[in-house]
Ligand binder design. Structure first.
Ligand SMILES: *Cc1c(COP(=O)(O)O)cnc(C)c1O
Length: 346
């Protein structure tokens, strides 16, 4: 059935935030650096960090559908939730500015840090530049309940808000990554390459679930996608990702099925938890910067790329095969993690 299972995407309301397909590039220098340990595996990255709007990153793919719905419904305000250093919040602020909507961010102090880099620099600095109103709550607060309260308060003033939960990973938002599966399939044909695995970080699960559902809807194996959870423990992340992928397929009206055993989630790189640096993350961010001049982020892609390389060097992708890592952005987070890079021995 080819891409046919995803034709429904073309009929949905969508606010275009990307300029077109993001590039896929091979990591020649990193391959040479890792040498025979790689067993001839070809390493590629998909540059979902390379988008023009708001510093770029994976959340823009979801926001195309979420803002498309907000605009269609005639909303004047976009409200979303996240942690203080949320990339999703920052890109929601940028995309709302571009769409001409007001933006309110309900951010929780989920990471136990109080230093100025974390509280004021990185994403939260940019939230303010993009003109968003920030509500900062304690780590235990129910941010989504607060967001809905704000929407009610705005409604009483005659305004109309569109509320989106953490990471934009509703089934609708996650369609952005179902479409990315179609994009990757077209790029494989153009490159005459076939990726054994497509690897991504897993936070709110929409990227993994969207890709898996997209491949399944095209009649491909959803187990081609593997993620490294940086937030929920492995079992929880697998369960959440499976249910979300099934909901996305239902929204697509696709006949395909996704079973729990085709959702490949690893907890190997999570460390002590969300937003807490690991030695492997710090080493991997530095390795990528020094060999390829490319920036990973400290919360998501730095941890996931460490897992991608560890799998590659353990022969997971097979002799002479190719594997693709989805670079998801998050570069502003580096500025919030300045103390971690400073104290880590170079
Ligand atoms: C949100 C995010 C992810 C994870 O995507 P989910 O769809 O939430 O799982 C990965 N990388 C970066 C940089 C992110 O901001």
């Amino acid at each position: 059935m080819g891409a046919g299972g995803l034709d429904v995407l073309d009929g949905l309301d969508r606010l275009r935030l990307l300029d077109g397909p993001t590039p896929i590039q091979r990591l020649h220098r990193l391959e040479r650096q890792l040498g025979p340990a790689l067993g001839g595996t070809r390493l590629y990255v998909k540059r979902d960090d390379q988008m023009a709007l708001g510093g770029g990153g994976n959340k823009l793919r979801k926001l195309e559908f979420l803002l498309g719905a907000a605009v269609r419904e005639g909303c004047d305000t976009f409200i979303t939730t996240g942690g203080v250093q949320s990339n999703h919040a920052r890109l929601s602020a940028a995309a709302s500015a571009y769409a001409g909507l007001a933006c309110e961010l309900v951010l929780a102090r989920v990471v136990a840090r109080d230093d100025p880099s974390y509280r004021r620099n990185g994403n939260i600095l940019l939230d303010g530049l993009f003109g968003a109103t920030v509500h900062e709550l304690d780590g235990t607060a129910d941010t989504l309940a607060f967001a809905h309260e704000r929407a009610r308060a705005l409604k009483a003033e005659g305004r109309s808000a569109y509320v989106v939960g953490v990471g934009g990973s509703s089934p609708l938002g996650s369609l952005g990554y179902a479409d990315c599966a179609r994009e990757i399939t077209a790029q494989e044909a153009a490159l005459s390459e076939r990726f054994e695995k497509i690897v991504v970080a897993n936070g709110s699960a929409g990227s993994h679930a969207g890709l898996a559902a997209g491949f399944a809807a095209m009649g491909q194996d959803p187990a081609r996608v593997r993620s490294f959870t940086v937030l929920a423990p492995e079992q929880d992340a697998r369960r959440t990702t499976t249910v979300l992928a099934q909901d996305i397929l239902a929204l697509l009206g696709a006949q395909a099925e996704i079973r729990p055993d085709s959702i490949d989630v690893s907890g190997a790189e999570r460390g002590e938890g969300y937003g807490i640096p690991t030695a492997a993350m710090l080493a991997t961010v530095r390795l990528m910067a020094r060999t390829e001049g490319l920036l990973l982020d400290p919360v998501y892609s730095g941890k996931a790329f460490a897992g991608f390389l560890s799998d590659a060097c353990n022969g997971a992708y097979g002799e002479g095969k190719a594997a693709l890592f989805v670079m998801t952005g998050g570069v502003p987070g580096l500025f919030a993690y300045q103390p971690a890079f400073e104290t880590d021995a170079f």
